[in-house]
Every structure is written in C-alpha cells, then in structure tokens.
Design a protein around this ligand. Structure first.
Ligand code: FES
Ligand code: FES
Length: 164
C-alpha cells in the first residue's frame, strides 16, 4: 500500500506516493527525476547515492524513503545558487577532479556536508570526510585538492559577505 511522503527537496515542498519498502535513491531518481544522484552498488559501499538530509551526508540507497518524512533534502541539483555553480562544483572542474563523473555528485555532497560543519578542514579531515566515497578513475589526489581549494574560496566569500 502506498502513502504520501512529504519532503522539502532543494528548497521545494514535494509530495510523492511511496511504498514502505521504497528506497530514497529510487524515489529521487525515478519519481522526482533527480538523476544527478547516482545508484552505484545499491548496498552502502560506494557513496555515489550520497545526499544531504537535515545537514548530514546520508546514503540514499540505505534510506527508506518514508524515514525522510518532513525532512529537508539537498541533492546535487540543489547546491548551485542563482544559476552559479557551487564552489565545490567549480573547483572539481578547475582542478581536474572529474573523469567519468559517476562518483562526482556523491563526492560533492559528502564534501558539502563536511564544509558545512568544518570550514577549514585539514587534508586528513577531507580524506576522512570522503572516505565513504569511491572513485575508480582519479586516484583521489585531485578530488582532495579540489575540496581544499573550494574550502578556501568559501572562506573568502564568507569574509567578503561579512565585510560588505
Ligand atoms: S549506491 Fe549507495 S552506497 Fe553505493
Ligand atoms: S571520476 Fe570516474 S569514478 Fe570518480
């Protein structure tokens, strides 16, 4: 039997009909058309399905959709602002941290959650923050570099806004 799931996704209130066994990753991709969130392993090992729920990075393939009732969800489609890429998206492009791109949305969402809690992470802290996200292509060095660069950009933006 299906029931209504009410969510706030990327700033918009949405209602969808879901079953008890539906996984959040499938609802996002198949019902809401948010296919930026990838489904890689489907069992919690690769991190490609990472989204942010109420400020925390969460694996949407291990999350029953109904457990997100009333929560605020951010996916990769929701992090740009006023048509401008998020600093993490920009840095991933500039630092060559994207190859096939399959891991990239999950990497960026894990990094966004990390930077929301820690504006100046060390290299070690970035590696720990991304430890649940696998990449088959890049070797990780450029990804860690991109997160470090984005963190610096975001601190500069914060400082400029406070000074304005
Ligand atoms: S698809 Fe969720 S961790 Fe791999
Ligand atoms: S860029 Fe291909 S898996 Fe990471």
């Amino acid at each position: 039997m299906k029931q209504v799931l009410s969510l706030n996704i990327n700033g918009h209130d949405r209602d969808v009909m879901v079953s008890h066994e539906d996984l959040l990753v499938d609802v996002l991709r198949d019902q809401l058309g948010l296919i930026g969130t990838k489904k890689g392993c489907g069992h919690g090992s690769c991190g490609t399905c990472t989204v942010i729920i109420d400020g925390e990075a969460v694996l949407s393939c291990l999350t029953l959709a109904l457990s997100s009732q009333g929560k605020k969800i951010t996916t990769i489609e929701g992090i740009e602002k006023d048509g401008a890429l998020h600093p993490l998206q920009q840095s991933f492009i500039e630092r060559g941290a994207v190859q096939c791109g399959f891991c990239t949305p999950g990497m960026i969402m894990s990094a966004a959650a990390l930077l929301s809690h820690n504006k100046s992470p060390s290299i070690e802290e970035i590696k720990i923050g991304l430890s649940g996200n696998l990449c088959r292509c890049t070797g990780y060095v450029k990804i860690v570099d991109a997160v470090e660069v984005a963190a610096a950009k975001m601190r500069q933006l914060d400082a400029a806004q406070k000074g304005a």
